[in-house]
Ligand binder design. Structure first.
Ligand code: PSU
Ligand code: MN
Length: 340
């Protein structure tokens, strides 16, 4: 029988990031297969801003080589806005918190890396134990960001309740993970293929705050700026966003926060066309029974939308994630300044 180690009591003013780093240390002491990139380690040790980035979007969301150039430009956007990028993924059965350029290429080169796994929470143990490569979804990325004490994570679209989810029970593990990882997830809303209303209801039930990052509280629809649903909250500056995260951390609250950043205005018109293609792809998926394929459903739909629009969805996809990377870096920077 193993008696769990008790962590030392925290002083009243001990910043919560020390607590998070302690759980990483504990995992490393247990021999967990985790490598934290030296640059990320240095930033975390000195309270510098860090933004986590996911890799499912690279391995299962976009074709090669545009997935690679997008991942690189997203990292650059984080740097240009004053934060260190920590792209999280699995290489040969090890969790990498911060990828080397060569490792990023290896995950992106899907033609030569066909066995790369789409990793949600349930897949973590098996993927690592069987020494495979993996692209982490929002759920798995949230877990390792929280473990390392990274407070902000930028991506394109969060998973959620699928259309017809009230019958199929296809609800992304991303939602529950956001209720137990104290991280601010910055996205352009939820994936375009989902039931937005039910996803927002589910987040409310889980106690996850949804905050539109704009002047209005319109909840965005990924390819377009307004889904017709409202967020309970909105902020239009990074300091206010960081204060929400900081207040929750001071209270010791374990849940994360969703910051929904509308896609830049110039993509609004094409967004309408893309959403129509999404609806067509969804009908096809229903007819073909694709929606019964579990985690394969999303990659199929995204690929089909790309085909139906002759690749026109890609510039929007890239623009919205470059945008959330910028906002994420600004929020991470403000958060560091609050702790300084
Ligand atoms: N949004 C996209 N492309 C993607 C995803 C989201 O436009 O590839 C990925 C994210 O990694 C998200 C995951 O966490 O899909 C959710 O998948 P599922 O619905 O199977 O949980
Ligand atoms: Mn699913």
């Amino acid at each position: 029988l193993r008696i769990p180690r008790r962590s030392a009591p925290l002083g009243r003013n001990t910043p919560s990031r020390v607590l998070s780093t302690r759980s990483l240390k504990a995992a490393l002491q247990e021999g967990a297969p985790i490598d934290v990139h030296p640059e990320v380690q240095d930033a975390l040790a000195h309270g510098k801003p860090v933004v986590a980035l996911e890799t499912t979007i690279i391995t299962h969301g976009m074709p090669y080589p545009i997935n690679l150039t997008t991942a690189q430009s997203v990292e650059k956007n984080v740097r240009d806005n004053g934060a260190i990028p920590a792209t999280i993924g699995f290489i040969g059965g090890r969790v990498k918190i911060g990828l080397e350029p060569k490792e990023l290429e290896r995950l992106a080169d899907v033609e030569n890396n066909k066995g790369v796994v789409k990793v949600s929470r349930r897949d973590i143990g098996a993927t690592l134990a069987l020494k495979k490569d993996g692209g982490t979804t929002c759920s798995a990325t949230l877990i390792f960001a929280a473990l390392a004490g990274i407070k902000v994570f930028a991506t394109g679209g969060l998973g959620g309740v699928h259309r017809g989810g009230e019958n199929s029970m296809d609800v992304s593990a991303d939602l529950h993970e956001l209720s137990r990882c104290p991280v601010g997830l910055v996205s352009a809303g939820v994936k375009s293929i989902l039931d937005i209303g039910r996803t927002l209801e589910y987040l409310e039930t889980l106690g996850v705050p949804v905050v539109t990052y704009a002047e209005t509280n319109n909840f965005p629809a990924f390819y377009t700026r307004n889904s017709g649903f409202k967020s309970p909250w909105s902020v239009s500056d990074a300091v206010s966003a960081a204060r929400i995260l900081h207040t929750q951390a001071q209270l010791g609250m374990a849940n994360g926060t969703l910051f929904a950043v509308p896609i830049p205005e110039q993509y609004e018109a094409i967004g309408q066309t893309l959403q129509e293609a999404v609806e067509v792809a969804l009908v096809e998926a229903e007819e073909k029974g694709i929606n019964k394929l579990g985690k394969e459903a999303t990659p199929w739909l995204l690929k089909r939308v790309g085909e139906l629009t002759a690749g026109k969805s890609l510039p929007s996809n890239i623009a919205l994630i470059e945008n959330t990377a910028r906002v994420g870096a600004q929020i991470a920077k403000s958060y560091s300044e609050l702790l300084a």
